[in-house]
Write a protein that binds this ligand. Sequence first.
Ligand code: APR
Length: 239
Amino acid sequence: MKSIRKNKPVLVISSGAGISAESGIRTFRDADGLWENYPVMDVASADGFRRDPELVHRFYNERRRQLIEAQPNEAHRILVELEEDYDVYVITQNVDDLHERAGSSRVLHLHGELMKIRSVSDPDYIESLDIEHLETSPATRGKRGDLMRPHIVFFQEPVPMIEEAARIVSKADIFVVIGTSLVVYPAAGLLQCVRPGTPIYYIDPRPASTHGIPNVTVIQKTASQGLRELVGILEKDRK
Ligand code: APR
C-alpha cells in the first residue's frame, strides 16, 4: 500500500525532448534533428499546414509510428515514483504520451499531443488516434467528415496552456527542468514563474545557460542519471 502522506511538498517538473531521448525519440536540436529532413516550417507551422495538409499529416503519422514503438524510460518512471512523497505536476513541451504511459497522474502538454487530431472548423472536436488509423489514412478527415489537423501547437501559434502552466509553477516548492534547450518561449520562461527562493534543478547533459536565474543547481547528466542523483539529494534534504 503506498504511504499517503498529507500536504506533500509540490514538485513541478518541466520536461523537454531530452527526457524522451533515452526512449529512442530524437530531440529537435540534435545534429540529426527530429524533422526527418522536412523543412521545419513546412511540417510544423500554421502556414505549412495551410499549404499542404496531406504532407503535414504524413509527417506526423511517421512520428506516431515511431512513438508507438517507443517505451517510457527510467526517467519517466522515477517521476512516477516521486508521487509517493510529493505532489508531482508534469508540464511537458513533448507531444509524446510517454509520461502518461509511465503512469504520471498530472501531465500538462504545452505544445499539444501527437496521438490526437482536432477539427479545423471546430477546435473543441478532438479525436484520439490508434494504430489502425495510422495504417488506413493520414487522418485528414475525422469520423464526422471534418477536415482535421494535428492537435499540436504549430510554430506561429499561441500556447493556450501557458497561463495554467505558470500558475502551477508558482505553486512549486521544488522546480525541476529536464532535457530542454530553453530556446523556445513561452515554455522557457516558466523558470521566471517560481516564487522567490524556490530551489530549481536543471538536468541536461549539455545544459543551456541559466545565467541570472537564482537558486539553480545544474545536474549535467542524462535524464535518468540526473533524476537518480536528484532523488538522493531530495532524500538527504528531507532528513
Ligand atoms: N537526457 C536529458 N537531456 C537530454 C538527453 C538525455 N538523454 N539528450 C539530449 N538532451 C537535451 C539536450 O542537451 C537539449 O538541451 O535535451 C535538450 C533537447 O533540446 P531541444 O531538442 O531543443 O528540445 P526542446 O527544448 O524540448 O524543444 C522545445 O522546440 O521544436 C520545438 O515544439 C518543439 O517542444 C519543442 C520545443
